[in-house]
Design a protein around this ligand. Sequence first.
Ligand code: IMP
Length: 176
Amino acid sequence: MVTIKDKTFVPFISAEVIQARIQELAGQINEDYAHRQPLIVIVLNGAFIFAADLVKHLTIPCEITFIRVASYAATESSGQVKEILGLTDTIAGRDLILVEDIVDTGLTISEVCSQLQAQNPASLAVTTLLFKPDALKKPLDLSYVGFEIENRFVLGYGLDYDGWGRNTKDILVLES
Ligand code: IMP
């Protein structure tokens, strides 16, 4: 059990189960990209531990880069605008694999994908460790999903609560 500020989190997915699933995902990516040299685009901050473990199992030649997504309120009508920070690589013609920690509403990843698509990559696949199908607000094509989970707040293994709690080997869930 872990207490952060006012909230208590309990065990949810163990380190062993996470690691076994990551090996399966990496195996699938190795097969699918056997004759390609993808650019792995890691979405910071939450995906940093997942991505580090995932890429250790990739045997295909690949480049790795990092982005952040900043959200800010633009106008009342357009709501939240997402801006991609840190993408200095040329992505036109490249096979991109985006690595995310969690897809919740899907709004972040779908906005990131449409901005990346505008730069004409050869292909774009999304890998996410966690996916909450019941929270999804936009249809999304997720190529590699670690775990589909119920719509509850999770913590650890890179995911945070207000900046805290990223540093666990297991994934925890808010006590209900
Ligand atoms: P979206 O709702 O799919 O746009 O989710 C965007 C971001 O919200 C994710 O990349 C996470 O950083 C964060 N997030 C969503 N659900 C959770 C959760 O259960 N725990 C921690 N962070 C979350």
